[in-house]
Design a protein around this ligand. Structure first.
Ligand code: ZN
Length: 661
């Protein structure tokens, strides 16, 4: 473990709480210590209350905050004495614990205190740091874990067997502290779970974590248990896009939501997934129990979703029944879809509601592989038993960590391809879809397509829509990164200069057909294998034109290409309905906020009609201006449940046009 403490950096922080946040971030920045919301830290600070009386306040990590990015506002201020007294109770239910801790806070708008608050309260040091370090779980998730720990730490730490976090753990810790505390105690090991360090100031507590972890790392090296994985570039799996999309569909059906799949096929993931004993070592349980809410207890093997699901039902029935007999409350089964799959060709597949969630799952599993393999070298990987893991998985306080505030975005879990994404209607569509929670693949010949970002929700590609090889590469990338494709918005097109038929440049005619029509046929053909497995039914939105129902002179190539495209959409609607794919067309008119409509062009057109630019823009029945954003919003709406029973339709978005009506 790298010691990241920097005295000059630390000296910039004036308060104990700021320092607490600083050293928490140092821990959080190391994925070998904590991952995605794991771990927690605290500091005890004496403060004067409203009545002028000094009171000790425990600032403990609030739920929903991540150590990597935590700020002072991320700590929940709990009256220390109130939290400490809870550890003296004989029993305390979860709702009681939550209620007592929340009502003991000095700031009602602070986040909810960590489930480990009582434990932090009872530790008699000002600073307390807790991580789920890979090395600690590697060593303790073994038959001899407890002996190994004693060999490494002697009486430097207090040892606790695995128990449920929360009140039970705090209670056990209180007892063990009385038994095991020595003058050299600087930490506490929770077998199969993680490690604590503590100190009288931020630096001391952090440095003790470093020293404890380094001792464990040295032990792993001494035992030859530190893994070295092949350091080669990942090789793209040779699996077709339809196979991946079908897998996503099967998982989504069990999950009850449109799942995002992320394939991690780096050499480590592939090597691990192909180990002869992977079916045994991967089925014991997570590296540290709180991973279970993201990974479930075990990964699915060999794309067997049905098998995983029925085993999950057995697991639920068995342990919910046992807990019921012990007087615990009835649990409601979560969905039965896996969150991790191990696949010989695709490597480790992470499943989530969003691309971020799926990525988190693969990152957690990446560390799990290290932990399992190291533990294998130390006598064999073991994990907390299934029943205790079940209790944690179904612990309301754990599930609360996953609950997102606010409504689910309309297109969450949906993956959309938008052509002509760099400007005008295409760009507005990308923006609207991203805002609605979709993952978007943006294609355009203009490199402005990269301006819309490059993050886990947006995959841009500069290429012509006639470049079928580049497009098939993009579709493959989408399959491996997200699991499939749900929506195609065919927007890209060209509008050649006005020409009468007798003066037509036939090459330009062909080029117009090539782009506006032929390329779109090829895209439909290429995306069908994924669209037909879209969990809620695929959607194609064609951007047509008012020129289809009401052509104008001088635009033969454009009008004919768009009319043919519309006819294509009607045939596609007929052919693909059985696969649940809907194809609808928008016919926009007079959308002036696009690249082709410069101020100059607008002024000359308006002058032609003896209108002001403003009048010209609103030259329709409703006297309204149509913007790219309006078209984008309608394209988005076509993909929502309101239109789930509509296909083959053409909808004008033109402010009302007498020739069309
Ligand atoms: Zn923990």
């Amino acid at each position: 473990m790298n010691d990241l403490w920097d005295d000059s950096e630390a000296s910039k922080f004036e308060t104990e709480l700021e320092l607490r946040a600083y050293s928490s971030r140092l821990l959080g920045s190391d994925p070998n210590l904590v991952l995605h919301g794991g771990g927690n830290t605290s500091v005890k600070i004496a403060e004067e209350n409203l009545y002028g009386k000094e009171e000790e306040i425990l600032y403990v990590k609030g739920s929903g905050w991540d150590l990597a990015t935590i700020q002072p506002a991320g700590f929940a201020p709990v009256r220390l004495e109130a939290a400490r007294q809870l550890a003296n109770l004989q029993t305390l239910s979860d709702p009681q614990m939550v209620n007592e801790l929340k009502t003991s806070m000095t700031n009602y708008s602070a986040p909810s205190p960590s489930v480990e608050t009582i434990l932090h309260a009872m530790i008699p040091f000002q600073y307390v740091d807790h991580t789920h370090a890979d090395v600690i779980v590697s060593i303790t998730n073994t038959e001899s874990g407890s002996e190994f720990m004693k060999e490494i730490y002697g009486d430097e730490v207090i040892y606790l067997p695995y128990v449920m976090p929360g009140f039970d753990l705090a209670k056990l810790a209180a007892i063990e502290w009385r038994k095991q505390l020595t003058p050299s105690t600087i930490g506490m090991v929770l077998l199969n779970h993680g490690i604590f360090s503590f100190g009288d100031n931020a630096k001391e507590s952090y440095k003790r974590m470093v020293s404890l972890i380094n001792k464990a790392e040295a032990f792993l090296h001494k035992k030859g248990a530190a893994m070295n994985w092949p350091n080669e570039a990942p090789k793209e799996p040779d699996v077709d896009i339809e196979t991946i999309a079908k897998l996503r569909s099967d998982i989504s059906k069990k999950a009850g939501f449109s799942a995002i799949l992320r394939c991690d096929y780096n050499p480590k993931a592939i090597t691990y997934s192909n180990l002869p004993n992977v079916g045994v070592i991967s089925q014991k349980g997570p590296a540290t129990p709180d991973h279970i809410i993201r990974t479930k207890r075990t990964p699915a093997l060999a794309r067997d979703i049905e098998g995983f699901s029925s085993e999950y039902i057995n697991y639920f029935n068995k342990y919910s029944q046992e807990l019921l007999i012990e007087g615990k409350e009835q649990k409601t089964m979560l969905d039965t879809a896996p969150r991790v799959l191990l696949d010989a060709e695709l490597g480790v597949i992470g499943v989530g509601k969003t691309s971020k969630d799926a990525k988190i799952v693969t990152e957690i599993y990446d560390h799990t592989i290290d932990v399992i393999m190291a533990a294998q070298q130390l006598g064999g990987y073991r994990a907390v038993n299934a029943k205790e893991l079940f209790e944690l998985e179904y612990w309301s306080l754990e599930q609360a960590k996953l609950a997102k505030k606010g409504a689910t975005p309309e297109l969450q879990g949906k993956i959309a391809l938008v052509t002509g994404a760099a400007g005008g209607i295409g760009r507005a569509t990308v923006e609207a879809f991203l805002k609605a929670g979709a993952i978007v693949l943006g294609v355009d010949i203009d490199e402005k397509v990269y301006e819309l970002g490059n993050n886990e929700n947006y995959l841009p590609l500069k290429c012509s829509i006639t470049d079928s090889e580049a497009l098939s590469g993009l579709l493959k990338e989408a399959a491996l990164k997200f699991g499939g494709l749900d929506i195609v918005v065919l927007n890209a097109g060209i509008f050649p200069p006005s020409k009468s038929i007798e003066a037509m440049d036939l090459d330009l005619w062909s080029k117009t057909m090539e782009i506006n029509l032929n390329a779109n046929v090829a895209i439909l053909k290429a995306t069908y294998p994924m669209l037909k497995h879209s969990p809620d039914g695929g959607n194609v939105v064609m951007i047509g034109s008012k020129n289809v129902p009401a052509p104008g002179p001088g635009a033969a190539a454009y009008s004919a290409s768009k009319a043919a495209l519309f006819q294509l959409s009607r045939v596609a609607a007929l052919e693909w309905g059985k696969a649940g794919i809907r194809i609808n067309t928008l016919h926009p008119n007079a959308v002036f906020d696009t690249g082709i409509w410069t101020d100059e062009v607008l002024e000359s057109r308006a002058a032609n009609y003896r209108m002001s630019v403003e009048e010209y823009k609103r030259n329709n029945i409703l006297k309204t201006e149509i913007t790219s954003a309006d078209v984008a919003q309608l394209a988005l709406t076509l993909c929502l449940p309101a239109f789930s029973k509509t296909t083959g339709a053409a909808i004008p978005i033109d402010g009302g046009n007498e020739r069309v009506i």
